[in-house]
Design a protein around this ligand. Structure first.
Ligand SMILES: Nc1ncnc2c1ncn2[C@@H]1O[C@H](COP(=O)(O)OP(=O)(O)O)[C@@H](O)[C@H]1O
Ligand SMILES: Cc1ncc(COP(=O)(O)OP(=O)(O)O)c(N)n1
Length: 265
């Protein structure tokens, strides 16, 4: 059986985040990766130098081309940039009855560059989230989506419940932006919370952690794993990718996408 996953996201020319991180992660987890590019960014470890959204027709055609011939077992969305692209992606998910939809609600790059227009947040909440199986916000993204201030673990749990109310089956709240030496990632399935607690790795090379983590979840769902199993593997994948740093670039370097595979030997 060949498992297949589609990423609908922006291109990161520097190769650490976006489409490039997603495809590398799919490949490392032995899932055939396919892409529909929403925007091209000129980007490196120092920041984002340019953002060029693609015409709606180009995004639509890429999704149609992939789906009619190579139907994916799971779909991840990343940088969607505008409300018109979100509207299009939501209508394509419905039209093609796509399954295992993982929404990484990418808003701002680590350097501060906006990757989603402010006016698109309403469309993300009303049009895309009700179709999502999984959402993977970091803490600032969860604050924007819920309008809540998130300080404590209890705040994160309240925010996860609020996101679940928007129609998402599973909320995976990433803990990279929390305080302290321990990171806490949370999974909420509508009934129970599951926690992954791990030591914070001291490094500046964390560009693309969110994309890589969500892509690993998507790959595992494509293989038919449960959400708990998928998050568990994704956590091991990102932990290895941050620990075995490549140390490339002059700024915030990419994570190491082959580290997890090498540890399996
Ligand atoms: N310094 C770090 N050490 C260990 N794990 C990290 C570190 N930074 C992020 N992570 C992990 O990487 C994943 C992505 O987290 P986060 O940084 O919150 O997302 P984003 O890149 O979207 O801002 C999470 O599983 C988080 O726990
Ligand atoms: C094209 C593109 N998509 C997404 C991001 C953000 O990725 P993320 O994994 O959240 O990593 P950081 O930007 O936080 O390093 C991006 N930069 N570019």
């Amino acid at each position: 059986m060949v498992y297949k996953a589609l990423t609908i996201a922006g291109s990161d020319s520097g190769g650490g985040a976006g489409i490039q991180a997603d495809l590398k992660t799919f490949q490392e987890l032995e899932v055939f990766g396919m892409s529909a590019i929403t925007a091209v960014t000129a980007q490196n470890t120092l920041g984002v130098q340019g953002v060029y959204p693609l015409p709606l027709e180009a995004v639509a055609q890429q999704i149609d081309s992939v789906v009619v011939d190579l139907r994916p077992h799971a779909v991840k969305t990343g940088m969607l940039f505008s409300s018109s692209i979100i509207h299009l992606v939501a209508s394509k998910i419905k039209e093609h009855q796509l399954q295992n939809i993982v929404v990484d609600p990418v808003m701002i790059a680590k350097g501060g560059a906006p990757l989603l227009q402010k006016e698109a947040i309403a469309s993300l909440k009303s049009e895309l989230l009700p179709l999502a199986d999984v959402i993977t916000p970091n803490i600032p993204e969860a604050e924007v989506l819920t309008g809540m201030e998130i300080r404590t673990i209890d705040d994160r749990k309240e925010a996860a419940k609020a996101l679940h109310q928007l129609g998402v089956n599973y909320v995976v709240m990433k803990g990279g932006h929390g305080d302290g030496e321990q990171l806490v990632d949370l999974l909420y399935d509508g009934v129970r919370f599951y926690e992954w607690v791990s030591p914070r790795i001291e490094t500046k090379h964390t560009h693309g952690t969110g994309c890589t983590f969500a892509a690993a979840i998507t790959a595992q769902l494509a293989k038919g794993k449960t959400i708990y199993e998928a998050v568990d593997t994704a956590k091991q994948f990102i932990q290895a990718a941050i620990e075995d740093e490549l140390g490339i670039g002059q700024g915030h370097g990419p994570t190491n996408h082959w580290a997890f595979r090498r540890r399996q030997r």
